[in-house]
Design a protein around this ligand. Structure first.
Ligand code: SAH
Length: 264
């Protein structure tokens, strides 16, 4: 398999992009580095757009095949590793790496078709929201001048795609090291993770551990914990089973308490 095919499992996801020209610039940057899958989440101008075609300088095939989604969750549902990019630090620290470290980390995964990787980029004016960043396993920051740290989105895509390309250049599927890939069960995808987080939140409310009227950072911190551990599908099934039993036990206890109250 030629080295660049190893990048087929990576999709670039652009959230709420305002300038169609930037979408074209991203398509060009991707195609230069051999990446093909472009996803747009709620682009703010109409798409397709002639300005995007112009700025793509011939990467029109990527624009034609671009998938458009209404929400980030939909775009990520089949992804087993999600990396969000950010030009600045956020209030709840998340595992943070630079593009080269990302490429090193992905080296093993790129060879495996069951891995589907998403790199998520934010809006030109305000980046990604905290909720969007909390859908990601890890965050990537391009180290640059701290007084002028925000790159044009196509330039940011270029840097990440370049590092990925450098990590796979000259390597075939056969001769790459199985770094971090010898796992017995496939990793859970984003859809399974989101269903688990939903179940977890409902259960924590039922057992009175979580007050949705005063949520603080509980769910964000739990997300960070579980995403850091990167559960596989079997682990997610076990966790879901534990939650179901917790709910049953809590409901039984409530019934018993209600009965006792009734007897009084
Ligand atoms: N003012 C915005 C900057 C958005 S730049 C903010 O404060 O977040 C648009 C997008 O380009 C970002 O959401 C991110 O995806 C990417 N980007 C720009 N500079 C970056 C950097 N230094 N590191 C990582 N991603 C960057």
């Amino acid at each position: 398999m030629p080295a660049t095919n190893l990048l087929d499992s990576v999709k670039i996801v652009l959230v709420g992009t305002s300038h169609p020209g930037n979408i074209g610039g991203v398509a060009r940057a991707m195609k230069n580095m051999g990446l093909l899958q472009l996803c747009l989440v709620a682009p703010r101008a109409q798409f397709p757009h002639p300005e995007a075609v112009l700025r793509s300088s011939g990467a029109t095939d990527l624009l034609e095949h671009a998938q458009v989604f209404e929400t980030l969750e939909e775009a990520l549902s089949d992804c087993t590793l999600v990396a969000g990019t950010s030009a600045r630090s956020r209030n709840l620290p998340w595992p943070l790496i630079n593009p080269r470290q990302l490429a090193e980390r992905l080296q093993g995964e790129l060879a495996r078709p069951e891995h589907r990787i998403a790199l998520v980029f934010g809006r030109e004016d305000r980046g990604l929201s905290n909720e969007e960043l909390h859908l990601c396993h890890l965050h990537v920051h391009i180290p640059c001048n701290p007084d002028f740290s925000s790159l044009n989105i196509a330039a940011a895509v270029q840097v990440l795609c370049y590092e990925l390309r450098m990590a796979v250049v000259g390597q075939s599927t056969e001769d790459r090291l199985p770094f971090g890939t010898e796992w017995d069960v496939p990793f859970a995808d984003n859809q399974a993770l989101e269903m688990f987080f939903d179940h977890l939140e409902k259960t924590l409310i039922e057992i009175d551990f979580h007050n949705p009227n005063n949520p603080r950072q509980l769910m964000s911190r739990l997300r960070r914990l579980y995403l850091r551990a990167r559960p596989d599908t079997m682990e997610i099934n076990m966790l879901r089973g534990i939650l179901t039993h917790t709910q049953k036990a809590a409901r039984n206890t409530n019934e018993i308490t209600d009965d006792q109250t009734g007897q009084k």
